[in-house]
Design a protein around this ligand. Sequence first.
Ligand SMILES: Cc1cc2nc3c(=O)[nH]c(=O)nc-3n(C[C@H](O)[C@H](O)[C@H](O)COP(=O)(O)O)c2cc1C
Length: 188
Amino acid sequence: MSKVTWKPGTLMAPVPPALISCAHNGKDNLITIAWTGILNSEPAKTYISVRKERFSYNLIKESGEFVINMPTSHIIRSVDFCGVRSGKDLDKFEACRLTREKASKVSCPMVAESPVSIECKVTEVVPLGTHDMFIADIVAVHIDEQYIDEKGKFHPEKCSFAAYAHGQYFALGKKIGSFGYSVKKKKK
Ligand SMILES: Cc1cc2nc3c(=O)[nH]c(=O)nc-3n(C[C@H](O)[C@H](O)[C@H](O)COP(=O)(O)O)c2cc1C
């Protein structure tokens, strides 16, 4: 294998093009955020990095809350739309025909069409340069019951999760292993 060296950049992929819902002072909005991930297990902590010029920035900063709605191939067109149009000009829930669903611990709505919605409360805002990183506690997680089996096991492989890599969207779905399978002893 021969690798070409590029200048340092944000090439790490895939990442989830998450659909973030937020609200403040009676106005809610949706923004697509690819710069997100898990920061810590216990307490469960996440982050989103948002540019100050986004309409959503102040909604998140002022309310200290947001919901991460995981993207799927079913809603990927809306995910893209919410990443190229601003809530200062239109209501993205209406424009994408997405359904507001009441959250349990935060005031902003969740997206009903997303199979996994993660409620978050901001604990810290870290200015990094182009983006401010909102570090947040995960305060509730909601999973569509159709992806949980009778034993209570969650089946992410059935969710049609979508991924983002270098400007393109991809559908995930084929399970190719599970945690620790490489060292698991075969049943005799
Ligand atoms: C796939 C994708 C990923 C994006 N990731 C981010 C991100 O991580 N941070 C950010 O500030 N903007 C990101 N954007 C841009 C915003 O989603 C976009 O500017 C949006 O229109 C802002 O909406 P608002 O003005 O309603 O807040 C992304 C856009 C797309 C399409």
